[in-house]
Design a binder for this molecule. Structure first.
Ligand SMILES: *Cc1c(COP(=O)(O)O)cnc(C)c1O
Length: 224
């Protein structure tokens, strides 16, 4: 099956219509992404700033680009002009930089707050205490060029499906807490969780966005 067929199959059989598919195209060539684009799919995710910028310039402009990886503050300016959604906002400082770059570009930049839900040390993310602290601050209220659209998280890389499920439940709990406390009638609607290995559980637990790479594009070869 071609990449385009994979995407069509996925959208028809695996993903409910209320869940958005982010096709994670990191490390894949412009030609392969164009092949995927032929399916009609328009939402793609990348995890490195330079790669995202290069692909943005090389590919059709109706693609909705999602930044799903860790973003360094000094690199926000490169994606600020065009990015549709930044999934990995893991500090208030980063949010403030995104706001500043949004101001310069006269855009409101969509963001998700990334929470650390995994039992692994290696993954980035906020905890609820940190988030509560800045969401209740005056500085936060003054940010006019960012929109907090929801939350994002990554489960532990494990075979333990109960652990994965409990981590996704935790993210949903965090989402509800924040929605009720700070962001009730806003655009705060998205829960980005689930990858190739755990998207089924994520959807069962209430994901509104899944980020899927290898199941659509095949395994990644990092030594290219
Ligand atoms: C690479 C990546 C994915 C997709 O991973 P697959 O296992 O290939 O589906 C999802 N989310 C993030 C943050 C990633 O870096």
């Amino acid at each position: 099956m071609s990449v385009s067929d994979n995407i069509k199959y996925f959208l028809t059989n695996e993903i409910p219509s209320n869940v958005k598919l982010i096709a994670v195209s990191k490390t894949k060539s412009v030609e392969t992404i164009l092949e995927a684009y032929q399916s009609g799919h328009r939402i793609f995710g990348e995890n490195k700033v330079q790669e995202l910028v290069d692909k943005y310039h090389a590919l059709p402009k109706d693609i909705e680009w999602h930044m799903i990886g860790h973003v360094q503050s000094n690199k926000v300016k490169y994606i600020a002009p065009f990015v549709s959604l930044i999934h990995g906002v893991d500090s208030f400082k980063l949010l403030q930089v995104i706001n500043k770059e949004g101001e310069k570009k006269k855009r409101k930049i969509n963001c998700l707050l990334q929470f650390h839900i995994a039992k692994e040390e290696t993954k980035f993310g906020l905890d609820l205490v940190e988030a509560n602290e800045f969401l209740s601050s005056e500085e936060f209220e003054n940010l006019k060029n960012v929109c907090i659209c929801g939350v994002m998280g990554m489960a532990t890389y494990t075979e333990d499906l109960d652990l994965i499920r409990s981590e996704f439940k935790e993210l949903v709990y965090i989402f509800n807490q924040l929605k009720n406390t700070y962001l009730p009638n806003s655009d705060f609607t998205e829960i980005s969780m689930g990858m190739s290995g755990d998207y089924k559980i994520a959807i069962e637990e209430g994901a509104t966005m899944v980020r899927i790479g290898s199941l659509l594009f095949g395994a990644r070869n990092y030594i290219q």
